[in-house]
Design a protein around this ligand. Structure first.
Ligand code: KG4
Ligand code: ZN
Length: 345
């Protein structure tokens, strides 16, 4: 089965072709340069740019994979969560193409895509596993029993980890998106030179909170004798990254203890973070566990993860369910959508 995946929930347009044999081709257009001037994603500009890119990217993956439009058996598209207008672009393109080609279109949950991106790594994780999802909009710890069976064990009560990175970057005058910039600056800083609060780290549950961190960063900037001093800036970035990594590591270890699960998947944009990857790898292996990350370039938003999730969904469907998809004549998107609501079985 050849599945085309389309992602357009935020600021990247992604397309990919996948089959049972694996990923055949994927292409991505990032809008980072366009949004940078505004310091963050401008939803209206994002939608307009997805319109310009989507069909071209589909052509590109078809060409790279040496396939024709008619070879596609199904289309997977991000249905939510994300920016409504941006999601609608992907959904419109997918449903128009699906209708024209007479093939089913399946709406995919963006976070299910992030989770399944780890299955595109080698070696790939086997179910069940514990998942830490860290993106720009979500920070959640889940028990993934099998495909489509997700149990939320804990989550952030306010800002997502990626959001904290982005806000800290803004306070430090670093370019959007903040994650990679803060991480790079932190590499030059000294651990322990500036200690920031680690909210909820000792709370006897798996919930987290990151909104206080930006206040600590702001306070440190305000009280600094010279906030422009490069040594101070690097130490502050280091202090911030250490705090986020400490909290995520502590909660993941707690989750391993309470669930007795040893297989761990870390996914979402922040899973591209080098400091986080090395610390979690150390902690999980020290406890006899195995840890899996998506391949580096598939940590942030992309079409391959949507194609992978769509293929898995299709494989789990009955003939009747597939036929029902084919007879649909209306479609929608779900800007707010909990992954546990997308669960099956
Ligand atoms: O998963 P993603 O691409 O989009 C959402 O679904 O939100 O995640 C984007 C988030 C942004 O907040 C970005 O700053 C963060 O992931 N991010 C990183 C890194 N790369 C991306 N954070 C820390 N270190 C990185 N290397
Ligand atoms: Zn994402």
């Amino acid at each position: 089965m050849l599945v085309l995946g389309l992602e357009s929930s935020c600021d990247e347009t992604g397309a990919a072709l996948i089959s049972e044999e694996g990923l055949l081709a994927d292409a991505l257009h990032s809008q980072i340069d366009m949004h940078r001037a505004y310091g963050g994603v401008v939803p209206e500009l994002a939608s307009r740019d997805h319109i310009r890119r989507a069909v071209r990217l589909i052509d590109e993956v078809l060409e790279r994979a040496g396939r024709r439009r008619e070879d596609i058996d199904a289309i997977a598209v991000t249905e939510g969560p994300g920016l409504a207008g941006a999601l609608l672009v992907g959904a419109s393109v997918a449903h128009a193409a699906g209708w024209a080609l007479g093939i089913p279109v399946i709406g995919v949950h963006h976070l299910e895509g992030h989770l399944l991106a780890a299955r595109l790594a080698d070696p790939a994780p086997e179910f069940p596993f514990l998942a830490l999802l860290v993106s720009g909009g979500h920070t959640q710890i889940m028990r993934v029993e099998s495909f489509g069976r997700y149990e939320l064990l804990g989550e952030t009560l306010d800002d997502a980890a990626g959001e904290a990175f982005d806000k800290t970057a803004q306070l430090l005058g670093l370019p959007y998106p903040g994650g990679p910039a803060v991480s790079e600056l932190a590499e030059k800083g000294r651990s322990g030179a500036i200690e920031l609060a680690r909210p909820m780290i000792h709370a006897p549950n798996l919930n987290m909170s990151f909104s206080g961190l930006k206040t600590s960063v702001l306070t440190a900037v305000r009280h600094a004798p010279d906030a422009e001093d490069p040594v101070f800036r690097a130490d502050l970035a280091r202090g911030f990254v250490d705090a986020v990594v400490d909290v995520l590591a502590a909660k993941l270890i707690r989750a391993m203890k309470t669930t007795k699960m040893r297989s761990v998947v870390v996914a979402g944009g922040v899973s591209a973070n080098r400091q986080l990857r090395s610390r979690l790898t150390l902690e999980v292996r020290r406890r006899g566990g195995s840890i899996f990350f998506p391949p580096m370039r598939l940590c942030t938003d992309n079409g391959a993860m949507i194609a992978a999730a769509g293929l898995a969904r299709l494989q789990a469907m009955t003939e009747e369910e597939r036929a029902a998809l084919l007879s649909r004549r209306a479609f929608g998107v779900r800007p707010r959508w909990a992954l546990t609501d997308a669960a099956q079985g």
